[in-house]
Design a protein around this ligand. Sequence first.
Ligand code: GAL
Length: 394
Amino acid sequence: MKKCIFLSLVLFLGHLSFAQKFEQLAKTPPMGWNSWNKFGCNVSEKLLMEIADAMVSSGMKDAGYEYVVIDDCWQVDRDENGEIVVDKDRFPNGMKYLADYIHSKGLKFGIYSCAGTKTCQGRPGGRGYEFQDARTYARWGVDYLKYDWCNSSTQNPKASYEIMRDALYKAGRPIVFSLCEWGGSKPWEWAKNVGHLWRTTGDIVDRWDAMIGIFDLQKDLAKYAGPGHWNDPDMLEVGNGGMSAEEYKTHFSLWCMLASPLMAGNDLRKMDDATLQILTNKDLIAINQDSLGIQAFCMRDNGDYEIWVKPLNNKEKAVCLLNKGDETKTVEVNLLTLLKANNSYWSTDPYVMKNYVVRDLWEHQNLKLKADEYIIKVTMPPHSVKVYQFIKNQ
Ligand code: GAL
């Protein structure tokens, strides 16, 4: 009897010791690149190595991008021992070689699998192989795992993702765990202790209406995000050609305001200047990466015109004016009201305008305001944003 109690205790403690995610990861929204939006199944070792090179030479790495993630289609089978088999034609030197190469550039390596029996492209999924796959990923040097939800039949999402979380933890290598369940079971309500980020919607498409439609769905989710646990409205389409430069600026600005993961999805080897300027806007990246990790809240919704506010460290604030409409709009904004804009996260501290400068994060300059002038008039083209930061005077 005593032996039995002892054994149960050991098993229970054993389970507890890995029933958790890696806590020290993704303290700010993860930044990187993922192959899916531009390349779909057309992935290879050569492509990934060239992308890693381009991430460094383009200045993306200096701007903060870090993870190079292969999405679906790198895997073709399982061998007789259940080991996942890499597509040898496309990845002739295997995944460890690729991971080593990416690490040698000072970057991190990410991979994709699925909680179901097959991935969305019909490749072998992780169901039933979680612990084995996690050990394999750890051996290869994987730093980030995106875990999809296709072919999951009647599986319970929370339980399924918890198995992989535990498997990763047991394998011992810190790996950012990115849940791609598309929001169906409201992962923001249960995934905080399971993964570091969770998709909140279906797939983004490189079109204005699709992008803004996804953005609209984020409105009530701010309270679920924070350091180590982020809402993920999907990867960036900036530079893929389906939106105008103005629309891509808006897309990028909104993702920065939402404290969303910033996973570029374009061909980094062939970026035009406009794309690079958007993706490496350091002022915007700084608000995305702010250490408080607060997702912006919608302070005003006037239909096509919205105002979003993101509290930042040091009692600073970012404010985004958004013209979703198809017409140019001229709006009047009271900066003092924006500075004082409050939500449940914020204190009742008095805000005094003279303690701040107001910086336009796309013009990269401070507004020239006269003393006691709070109201500014702004003309906004269709589908555009203005992003300002209230920066404390020294
Ligand atoms: C979808 C996922 C996409 C991409 C694709 C690959 O389910 O949302 O981001 O990973 O599968 O097949």
